[in-house]
Design a protein around this ligand. Sequence first.
Ligand SMILES: NC(=O)c1ccc[n+]([C@@H]2O[C@H](COP(=O)([O-])OP(=O)(O)OC[C@H]3O[C@@H](n4cnc5c(N)ncnc54)[C@H](OP(=O)(O)O)[C@@H]3O)[C@@H](O)[C@H]2O)c1
Length: 323
Amino acid sequence: MKAIVITQPGGPEVLQLQEYPTPTPGAEEVLIEIKAAGLNRADVSQRRGKYPAPPGVVQDILGMEVAGIVIECGPGVTMWKPGDKVCALIAGGGYATHVTAKEGQCLPVPEKLSFAEAASLPEVIATVWTNVFQRAHLQAGENLLVHGGSSGIGIAAIQLGHAFDANVYVTVGSEEKGKACLELGAAGYVNYKEQDFMQAYAGTGMDVILDMVGGDYLDKNVQLLNTEGRLVYINAMGGNMAQLNISRMMQKRLTITGTTLRPRDYTFRKALSQELLEKVWPLIHNGKYKPVIYATFTYDKAPEAHALMESSQHIGKIILVNE
Ligand SMILES: NC(=O)c1ccc[n+]([C@@H]2O[C@H](COP(=O)([O-])OP(=O)(O)OC[C@H]3O[C@@H](n4cnc5c(N)ncnc54)[C@H](OP(=O)(O)O)[C@@H]3O)[C@@H](O)[C@H]2O)c1
C-alpha cells in the first residue's frame, strides 16, 4: 500500500507519500481500501512529535478517521462483508491507501454522501456526542457555548446541539467564521478577537460549555455558567494551567469534566458507534446534519493540507482524498 509517513518530527514537509506494508486484518477486523481520510488537530501535534499514538497503534502514519470500501474480513467478522462502504473511527494509520479497523468501530457511509463527506464525520461526531451529550447531558432548551465554533469539532457541536433543540452560541476568530456558524444553526457568535466573550454573553447564561482553549477561559466559563452548569474540556490549546474560583463553582454546583477519545478501548468505541448509528445517523439521512468540508487535497498534497490546518483559516473539515 501507500502511506503518508511522518519521516521525522517536524513541520508539514516531513509528511511523505511512501510504500508501506499493507496490514492484515486480525480477529474482528476488516481491511478497508481508503478513499478519503479526515484531518484532525491532534494530527498536527503528533506530526510535531508531541502527541504519540497510543501503544499498539502505528506511530508513523497519522489519521484517526477514514471512509472507504471493505475488501477483506478477518476471523469472526459478522457486521460487514467485502464491498461494504464504511467510515471508521480509528486510533491511527488513516493517511494511507489501506487500514484495518475493528468491525464495531465502522459505520455505514450514509446514502448520498461522498467518501470525502463520510470521512469528515467519525471523529468530530464521536467527540461531540460523548462529551456534550453523554457526559454533559445537554437537554432541549438549554444554552450551549462552543469555543472554536468554526473548527471541525465546532461545526459538529453546532449542528448536533441545534438538532436536539438546544440554543448554541459560539466564539470564533473572525466575522466570516461567525457568519458560517449562524448558517449552521448557531443562535449567536462572538468574535473573541474583537470582544470579550464573557462580557458579550453575560446576559445569556450557559448550561453547557464545550472548551478546547483552556487557560484563562476557565474563570470566564465558570462565571458564564448557570447553576448546575457543566463545563467539558476536550483540549487546552491556550494553556493547561488555570485558576479556579472554588467558591463560585460550589455555589453554582458546577460539574467540570473532560475526556480524550483516542485512548478509549474497543468496548467503549463499539458502544459509542452503535449509539451514533441510532441517534445521529438518522439526522444525516434526513439532512439535519450536513458535512462541512472546507478543502480536499490529494495524498501527495498532505503537507499543504497540514499547513492549511495550522493557519486556522478553515471553517469545518479538511480531507485527504485517495485518487
Ligand atoms: N479530547 C478529544 O477527544 C478530542 C477529539 C477531537 C478533537 N479534540 C480537540 O478539539 C479541538 C478542535 O479540533 P479540530 O480538529 O476540530 O481542530 P480545527 O478544525 O483545527 O480547529 C481548531 C480551531 O480552534 C481555534 N483556536 C482557538 N484557540 C486556539 C489556539 N490557542 N490555538 C489554535 N487554535 C485555536 C481556531 O479557530 P479561531 O481562528 O476561530 O480561533 C482553530 O481554527 C482541538 O483542540 C482538538 O485537539 C479533542
